[in-house]
Design a protein around this ligand. Sequence first.
Ligand SMILES: C[S@@+](CC[C@H](N)C(=O)[O-])C[C@H]1O[C@@H](n2cnc3c(N)ncnc32)[C@H](O)[C@@H]1O
Length: 189
Amino acid sequence: MHFTVEAQNIVSKFLCPGDIAIDATAGNGFDTLFLTEAVGDSGMVYAVDIQSQAIEVVRQKLREANRESRCQLVVASHDQLESIVPQELHGRVAAAMFNLGYLPFGNKSITTQASSTVAALDQVLMLLKPNGLLCVLAYLGHDGGSEEATEVAQWIKRNQDALSIEKFQDANNQRSPILWKLVRRAATP
Ligand SMILES: C[S@@+](CC[C@H](N)C(=O)[O-])C[C@H]1O[C@@H](n2cnc3c(N)ncnc32)[C@H](O)[C@@H]1O
């Protein structure tokens, strides 16, 4: 399974033109570009990354695709999303993507961290609309990756009443990435 492609396949089924989406780890911009295409001219994507170089690369890609107006790009940690997404859109986000780990072809020592990832997941769950999607892709092969995936799994367990949960992993590979498809239940207890 190609996990990044599969993540986009899953997300594409939850987005229509005019929707609001979040890219919680903008990185090289592949997911941001995909999201801006899915939400169209009338939608909006909120995309963050802690690395300003990454955000500048994404900005250039959006400019080349003539899609800057569809995206608010912010150099920030994803545990700031609650304040980045305008108040009037809280509870109205159709889909959010987390592609955890480090920036491919970038500084591999800068990775997502379990504590801020879990704080961001708390915020994004509150930002999602009922039946909105939270798609999380976690990697186990780098330092801290497997601990982060464990903390994400524990967060999902704590929130299982609010979520419908599907997990995808390559059964033949112990270090396989883990892809979670988490849908906010319409009636959150
Ligand atoms: C695997 S890459 C994301 C790839 C990206 N989705 C794409 O399509 O190219 C992970 C990214 O998470 C970023 N990151 C690390 N900690 C973060 C945080 N607390 N908040 C937001 N982004 C963070 C890294 O800088 C890195 O660019």
